[in-house]
Design a protein around this ligand. Structure first.
Ligand SMILES: *Cc1c(COP(=O)(O)O)cnc(C)c1O
Length: 411
């Protein structure tokens, strides 16, 4: 019996360009290997070190790391008590998890429209959603593509209507905005919100394999997040209520004792993930710089093709941390479907993606809530396309993408 002949490895001159990917360097690998050779693979020292570094990076008092961004959203919803009988407003253009997380806690979701040119929820969209909801308890705002919109007006409106604010900043690690008073605030420091959510999935700004975090400034919220991350249990003697069992002897808590406050899941991140996250976080500025230069190159290369092909509208007060390079294309004006354009790009070894199918039209929500008219979200979705975009992409790669796009669209 003979083994099949090995195919000779011919390195392709034109490697496949995915729409997004991680950048892993030798020191990232070494950081992970060090944990693998250490005593603790989980609940070890890397957890706190990563949390401290993240809190410092975004200027927040508390950071709680967890298994992924979805878990972070769930923990945030849980910490705010967004359970049965509550309503949460979510812009329709976002990933499933922004709505699934509060909904799985028992909240009903009221979808808000977005600006068709940026995909961001406008104050008027929030006002309309509040009116439709009657009364809502929270808004999960989304910094789509790594950009923030009219955050001050949205915060004013939310506070006036008694809404808590959670920023889904999974796209926006490293972004900032300038207030009307001229003060720069980092996304994640929660100057105007209660909590911010981050994801460290490999396509996001930094990679952990899987990973997520919540940042907050309120100590009680932080304690609730820690409990929700870890089975809904507490080991803090100050929180024990079953005193006879907790303090059997000597007036100090029994060393084995923990108390279940309410049943929960295990949403911890482990030390392997956090070591990678810590190593990657140190590179955030460099990665952001690469991404910003790449966005500027794309902007310049695509400038001649406006308005039929336009990058998403830029917000005046925001210094974005572009997670995606998203363009709006008037596909009908080219006589092409989006699927045909994506297949044409794929044939050239170029990945692309659509962010996102509007949540108000997702099967589950459409069945649950019936038809809702959100024309801004529909229009944004109809024209959306995300082009390859990651920190190790070169300017030549961007030229190759735009060249292929020009050929396919006949520009
Ligand atoms: C990635 C992402 C999430 C979920 O993060 P995971 O780490 O993949 O669970 C949530 N919201 C938005 C906007 C995202 O992009």
């Amino acid at each position: 019996m003979s083994l099949p002949a090995l195919k000779p490895h011919t390195p392709s001159a034109r490697p496949f360009l995915p729409y997004g990917r991680q950048v892993i360097e030798q020191d990232d690998i070494e950081a992970v290997c060090e944990v693998l050779q250490s005593d603790l693979l989980t609940t070890g020292p890397m957890i706190g070190r990563f949390e401290a570094a993240l809190a410092e990076t975004v200027n927040a008092r508390h950071a709680v790391v967890c298994a992924n961004g979805t878990a972070a959203l769930y923990m945030a919803a849980h910490a705010l008590g967004l359970g049965p009988g509550t309503k949460v407003i979510v812009p329709s253009i976002t990933f499933l998890a922004t709505a699934s997380a509060p909904h799985l806690n028992g909240a009903e979701i009221v979808f808000a429209d977005v600006d068709p040119s940026s995909g961001l929820m406008r104050p008027s969209d929030l006002a309309a959603a509040i009116a439709r909801a009657g009364r809502a308890q929270a808004v999960f705002n989304v910094h789509l593509n790594g950009q923030c919109g009219a955050v001050e007006e949205i915060a004013d409106l939310a506070r006036t209507n008694g809404l808590r604010i959670v920023d889904d900043a999974c796209h926006a690690l490293g972004a900032s905005f300038v207030t009307a008073g001229g003060v720069r605030k980092l996304v994640g420091e929660n100057a105007l919100s209660d909590m911010s959510i981050f994801s460290f999935h490999p396509v996001k700004a930094i990679a952990m394999g899987e990973g997520g975090a919540v940042t907050a400034n309120d100590a009680e919220i932080a304690a609730a997040l820690l409990r929700t991350r870890n089975h809904g249990m507490t080991r803090d003697p100050g929180e024990f209520s079953n005193l006879g069992d907790a303090f059997e002897t000597e007036g100090c808590a029994n060393p084995w004792y923990y108390e279940l406050v309410e049943p929960g899941f295990n949403w911890r991140a482990n030390d392997i993930q956090c070591a990678l996250g810590l190593s990657q976080l140190a590179k955030l500025d460099r990665f952001l710089d690469c991404r910003r230069r790449l966005a500027a190159a794309y902007d310049e290369l695509l400038a001649p093709y406006r308005p039929r092909l336009t990058p998403v509208a830029r917000q005046r007060t925001c210094l974005p941390a572009w997670h995606l390079y998203a363009v709006q294309i008037d596909f009908a004006s080219f006589g092409l479907t989006r699927a045909a354009v994506m297949r044409g790009l794929a044939a050239e070894g170029i990945g692309s993606q659509v962010h996102y199918f509007p949540l108000h039209r997702q099967r589950y929500y459409a069945e649950r809530y019936g038809a809702v008219s959100l024309p801004g979200a529909d229009r944004y979705y109809a024209r959306a396309l995300s082009l390859p975009y990651f920190a190790s992409m070169t300017l030549n790669d961007a030229e190759r993408v735009v060249g292929a796009l020009r050929n396919i669209l006949g520009l």
